[in-house]
Design a protein around this ligand. Structure first.
Ligand SMILES: [Zn+2]
Length: 230
């Protein structure tokens, strides 16, 4: 089976291509994302979109993309209800923390995250989440979403043993490198793809700073548009 390819689209946006040939977008904030590469603004195909929370810089283009591509959207229940109700998105799965929903052969489990979650109109969008995505060959990707570090990341490590942790490191709205280094220790994950940094001036954390604080972890220092193999 081929590897999973994870591509950073800037900020906390990613797409990954599974060994089975499915294409999944996480928090597709493409248009309006100052770091999204030009070539990624109009996705050619999408099987699933999965969302961590309702903030505009994470929901991004979800409504338009879901309608255009007819893909499944996996989102925390209140956010899912809003997408499926007011926004008219058709194929919505609505798990909540601890629950797993399967779409296109990929298992999406929502985990805890400590943050907030409202939409651009200030409406309550449920609680923010992280996502563990397990692809066909068992590789597990943990997208922490927007969060600070918290002790129960140890449970996420214990239960899911992610192969890679995709962590926010920008500081200000989420944890910075100092907390991310402890997050990696709690997770026990030996590979990290940092995100949610460098998008805006306030997001000052850098992969280099994380590398210095977590010398035992392989930290992928990638630019928007770059891919890593898992
Ligand atoms: Zn947020």
């Amino acid at each position: 089976m081929p590897d999973t390819t994870l591509t950073w689209l800037g900020h906390a946006s990613f797409r990954f291509d599974t060994p089975g040939g499915k294409r999944v977008y996480i928090d597709p904030f493409l248009n309006g994302n100052p770091k999204c590469p030009e070539s990624e603004l109009e996705p050619e195909r999408i099987d699933v979109i999965a969302l961590t929370h309702g903030h505009g810089d994470h929901v991004g283009d979800t409504v338009e993309l879901a309608k255009k591509h007819g893909c499944t959207v996996v989102a925390p229940v209140e956010l899912a209800d809003w997408l499926g109700g007011k926004k008219g998105v058709e194929n919505v799965l609505d798990p909540n923390k601890g629950g797993t929903a399967e779409a296109a052969g990929v298992k999406f489990t929502l985990t805890n995250a400590h943050h907030s979650s409202s939409n651009n109109d200030g409406e309550y969008m449920g609680e923010p989440c992280g996502i563990v995505a397990e692809v066909e060959n068992g590789t597990k990707l943990y997208f922490a979403g927007d969060t600070c570090v918290f002790g129960d990341m140890q449970l996420i490590g214990r239960i899911y043993s992610p192969d890679v942790a995709i962590l926010p490191i920008g500081d200000h709205y989420t944890m910075g490198p100092r907390e991310a280094a402890v997050a990696l220790e709690l997770l026990g994950t030996k590979r990290c793809v940092p995100c949610h940094w460098g998008t805006f001036p306030a997001l000052t954390g850098t992969p280099q700073a994380l590398k210095e604080l977590a010398p035992d972890v392989a930290v992928d220092e990638i630019e928007p548009g770059d891919s890593v193999s898992l």
